[in-house]
Design a protein around this ligand. Structure first.
Ligand code: FMN
Length: 331
């Protein structure tokens, strides 16, 4: 592997989704056929994800992206799981080997992106694509129909309000939002206005609403929830998928699967927005699992609202750190 090959591999791995686009995965090139994946523990959601579970999922997704890219070039890998400590935690060592078989999901990694706007009105084809996805992915429980979507939309808004009422949670969320193109990290990481499908005015308003003083004031007169509500967007979806995995599955492995189911949905020509707050608030996750007959041997990982992007939607360029900042020097 030469330097250009390695750069392309890391770029491919970092196309994977990461929580709030914080991109916590780092790569150390140990020799021409060995790469170590590390977690940059300074990039965590210390309030929203105190145990670092979402970082583990994000690392798992980046790992899966790396495997897909290697396989596309005919390579496989021997994997060693690591449980390092410190600021840069070693997580997996990958020894590149021959014998990889290209995976049909790899081409989708180039087009997959979060979609946070309202969906185009669902067609019969969208609904049957969803039914097809449910058959291919037994870990997705698909909800369809106006009543079911209205219910999830309401539960989502309530759960969002529950977490947003904590000032530290709002401050952390805001710290990863890039509401103006003037933000120095607008094109590097976090959630920028274009990716959140916010117009400049809406982005400005979002910054105000989530602020330390305005939010409690608006909440006290019942205005905060209507302003943050996404139930309309949930209602525009062709369906909502509850993504559930075995309770004892390591978060890293869950992250690998997270990426693959997203790519399956992309393969069906549909787009999605995760609504992880539904899984993050324990009583909400338990309620949704109970209502939908998902057993206690499963954990709710997230819920995806799924539909088709409107034909007028222009996908903004992917927001990622340069590869040079993802590479960690060997000691
Ligand atoms: C574990 C995990 C949880 C996520 N939860 C949410 C979420 O609740 N809401 C959301 O809009 N995006 C969520 N995302 C998507 C990321 O924000 C998204 O992948 C990131 O911003 C990069 O953008 P991209 O997916 O367009 O490449 C999640 C991603 C991961 C890996």
């Amino acid at each position: 592997m030469n330097a250009a090959d390695i750069t392309a591999l890391i770029e491919a791995a970092n196309r994977a989704p990461s929580v709030h686009n914080i991109q916590p995965t780092r790569f150390r090139i140990d020799d021409e056929r060995t790469i170590t994946l590390l977690e940059d523990t300074s990039r965590r959601l210390f309030v929203g994800d105190p145990e670092g579970k979402d970082n583990q999922k994000s690392l798992g997704a980046a790992f899966e992206g790396l495997m897909l890219a290697l396989a596309a070039h005919g390579f496989g890998a021997d994997i060693e799981k690591l449980s390092g400590a410190g600021a840069l935690r070693e997580t997996a060592r990958i020894r590149i080997a021959t014998g990889g078989v290209a995976d049909a999901l790899e081409p989708l990694t180039h087009t997959r992106a979060s979609y946070r706007g309202a969906f185009a009105p669902p067609t019969e084809a969208d609904r049957s694509a969803l039914a097809q996805i449910a058959e291919t992915c037994p870990d997705l429980h698909i909800l369809q129909g106006a009543d079911a979507l209205q219910h999830v939309g309401r539960v989502f808004d309530d759960a969002s309000m529950e977490v947003l009422r904590a000032p530290a949670y709002r401050a952390e969320l805001l710290s990863w939002m890039r509401l103006s193109p003037k933000h120095p990290d607008y094109e590097r990481d976090g959630l920028n206005a274009a990716h959140m499908a916010l117009s400049p005015i809406e982005a400005f308003g979002a910054g105000l609403v989530l602020g330390p003083k305005a939010f409690p004031a608006l909440d006290s007169i019942g205005l905060a929830e209507p302003l943050i509500s996404e139930s309309g967007k949930v209602g525009s979806a062709a369906g909502v998928a509850l993504f559930h995995r075995p309770t004892d599955e390591p978060e890293f492995e869950t992250g690998r699967r997270f990426y693959r189911v997203w790519l399956e949905i992309e393969r069906a020509g549909l787009a999605l927005c995760p609504m992880s707050v539904l899984a993050d608030v324990p009583h909400v996750a338990q309620r949704l699992m109970r209502e939908n007959g998902i057993g206690s041997d499963r954990k709710l990982v997230t819920a995806f609202r799924i539909g088709r992007r409107p034909s007028t939607w222009k996908q903004p360029p992917r927001t990622r750190l340069p590869v040079s900042e993802l590479i960690v020097r060997a000691a």
